[in-house]
Write a protein that binds this ligand. Structure first.
Ligand code: ADP
Length: 621
């Protein structure tokens, strides 16, 4: 898994992050949900409030007008009213004349609502007379011809109509009507009031403004729409004046109950709020596209998200910092262990702030270990130097003794030869054989002495470690061996470069190749040298088709002076393989033998690639 490969610092950072992020995210989500829910509820409540405000203002206005008109209807002198008389006193193009009966009461009209309002009087037959303010109507309309007028109940009510002579053409007006009753209680006509459109527009504008839907007073957000709807579904007024008089959209009419809701309008959601205008069955509807209505809520969501992201970044940085602080002593321990492992045994791990805790104790243990290793290494070094001196002395002694020995041997040989030549006649055959045997043994001891001197000299002939081509070295060794032996030596191409003491490694392969050709009874002696890459090491195989070595002797084959074959068949002194082993070990490598009697030998030499390994202590393969 990816996490298992991450380093300790990443893991600790993630742990701290997980610990802190759990509660953080939970509280963020909970708070965000709560904020969204509360925010949306507040927005809907604001819509409902605006609709309620408009409905209340409209209903108050209606009630005020109705009260005034009702009062007018009760005070109007219905008893003295002679419809015919009135009608005769109306002058076409001048309207109602002041001599009308009950003219004093007509003054009441003046108190009615605003200059744009018009109060009128209509008789039972539908003929309409205008009272206040004076209005010049060439042809008074007959109200009975208007359906909505006929439908009015006994107490009158509200209605929406288009009284062209009185109102702006094409724009319906709100009309409040109260029945005018005769002395017998029967209805003889109506008193009506046409409401100035500007009054309703002002209410709508105010309702939108009061709810802070607008940037500046009076400028509603274009997305917010507020309309006053009649029981028949027509807009009596609207924040967009073009809508006045039109039927409201079905999705608005379907919303029948007061309060707010979210409605899907052709895939585009709107928030809709409805409030009833008293008990008139008229109502106010406010609509806003949802994204516009909840704009502030979404702003809050973004803000909260930004806060969460910033908090996350902060927690991440802080967790990383904390992890680095927590892991600093462990990193120091790791560095110390690496330094001590790499051989800097005098390195000391300093964890002063942790002197009393587990880490401090661990650092102390490492330091003690380093000290004890350093002591041991000093002892080993001293012992090594001592050993080196002893070896050199021993070599010098062997060299001197062998020289003296050779001198004495030459004397013995000279005397033996002299006796053999000069006293041949006087000696019996047995004596002569003994003499020859003495001379032969002397030769053998001389050869041994030469080998010993050779060994000591080889020890002295150590060179520097250099990089060299193994191919070239093997070619030289082959040439050297072919002088004394017959057969063929095949070298696999692509031999690597080696680092080491070239002279000693030459000796190593010369010995192995010459042994392969020497201990060989095959008609075509053959030695093959191959290589392979073993990662940190090169492997070189020297294989022959010679007499092979019985596995019983493999254990001793690298011992000094160990020989297997009779001297007269294969000469030698048993020092070659021992030298090979020593050279390989000097280079921190190994040498192994695979063989069976009569099946040839295969020597495997492993030498390190990295020159640093040549000087580092103890390498295990
Ligand atoms: P030397 O060659 O001087 O006898 P070495 O140390 O080289 O001494 O070899 C020791 C003995 O190991 C040899 O006497 C021989 O019997 C045996 N030996 C070494 N190399 C081979 C080989 N390639 N094939 C068979 N026997 C070997």
């Amino acid at each position: 898994m990816l996490l298992s490969r991450a380093n300790l610092r990443t893991k600790v950072t993630l742990l701290l992050l997980a610990l802190s992020l759990g509660p953080l995210l939970t509280s963020a989500i909970v708070n965000e949900n709560r904020a969204v829910a509360t925010g949306k509820a507040a927005v809907r409540e604001r819509h409902a409030q605006a609709a309620r405000f408009a409905a209340f203002a409209v209903s108050t206005l209606f009630e005020d007008i109705q009260r005034d008109v009702r009062m007018l209807a009760t005070r109007f002198p219905v008893g003295a009213l002679d419809a015919d008389a009135i009608s005769t006193r109306i002058e076409v193009s001048k309207g109602l004349l002041t001599e009308a009966p009950g003219a004093d009461d007509i003054q009441v009209f003046n108190a009615l609502h605003g200059s744009e309002s018009r109060t009128f009087l209509a008789l039972g037959d539908g003929r309409m007379f205008f009272a206040e303010p004076f209005h010049n109507v060439p042809q008074p309309p007959n109200l009975n011809a208007l359906q909505w007028f006929q439908r009015l109940g006994p107490d009158g009510g509200l209605t929406l109509g288009d009284l062209a002579p009185l109102t702006q053409p094409g724009r319906p007006s709100l009309i409040v009507i109260v029945p005018l009753k005769g002395p017998d209680g029967g209805r003889v006509g109506f008193v009506g009031h046409i409401l100035g459109q500007s009054a309703i527009d002002a209410i709508i504008g105010e309702s939108i403004w009061i709810d802070r839907f607008s940037g500046a007073r009076g400028e509603a957000r274009p997305s917010v729409a507020l309309g006053l709807i009649t029981p028949t579904g027509v807009y009596a007024a609207h924040s967009d004046p073009r809508q006045a008089g039109r039927y409201a959209a079905p999705y608005i009419l379907e919303h029948r109950f007061p309060g707010t809701a979210e409605v899907d309008r052709d895939g585009d959601d709107v928030v809709i709020a409805r409030a009833d205008v008293g008990r008139t069955r008229w109502y106010v509807v406010l609509t806003t596209p949802r994204h516009g209505a909840y704009r502030d809520v979404y702003t809050v969501i973004w803000l909260l998200t930004a806060v969460v992201v910033l908090t996350f970044i902060f927690v991440l940085l802080f967790a990383d910092y904390l992890a680095s602080v927590l892991l600093r002593p462990i990193e120091e321990l790791e560095r110390g262990a690496q330094m001590i492992g790499a051989g800097a045994l005098d390195y000391r791990i300093e964890l002063n702030q942790h002197s009393h805790d587990e880490l401090g104790r661990l650092a102390g243990t490492f330091n003690n270990m380093g000290e004890s290793l350093l002591r041991t290494r000093r002892e080993v070094d001293a012992y090594g130097r001592h050993l080196q001196v002893a070896n050199q002395e021993l070599d010098a002694m062997v060299y001197a003794i062998t020289h003296d020995l050779k001198k004495s041997l030459r004397g013995i040989e000279a005397f033996a030869t002299f006796v053999e030549e000069d006293y041949r006649d006087r000696l019996e055959a047995e004596g002569l054989d003994m003499l020859r045997s003495i001379i032969q043994n002397v030769h053998r001891i001389e050869k041994l002495a030469d080998d010993l001197i050779g060994l000591v000299q080889h020890e002295r002939e150590r060179g520097e470690n250099v990089r060299f081509s193994l191919m070239e070295l093997l070619r030289e060794a082959r040439e050297h061996c072919m002088v004394a032996h017959v057969g063929e030596v095949v070298i696999q191409p692509g031999m690597p470069e080696l680092v080491g003491d070239r002279v000693r490694i030459n000796l190593l392969f010369t010995n192995l190749i010459s042994n392969g050709l020497k201990f060989n009874r095959s008609p075509r002696p053959r030695v093959e040298i191959e290589w392979s890459d073993l990662g940190a090491y090169w492997e070189i195989f020297v294989t022959d088709n010679g007499i092979g070595i019985d596995p019983r002797y493999h254990e001793h084959i690298f011992d000094l002076f160990f020989r297997l074959n009779p001297k007269d068949e294969f000469d030698g002194t048993g020092t070659g393989l021992n030298l090979c082993k020593r050279i390989v070990e000097e280079h921190r490598g190994t040498i192994e033998l695979e063989s069976a009697a009569g099946r040839g030998c295969r020597f495997t030499v492993r030498l390190p690639k990295d020159p640093a390994l040549l000087t580092s202590p103890g390498v295990e393969l």
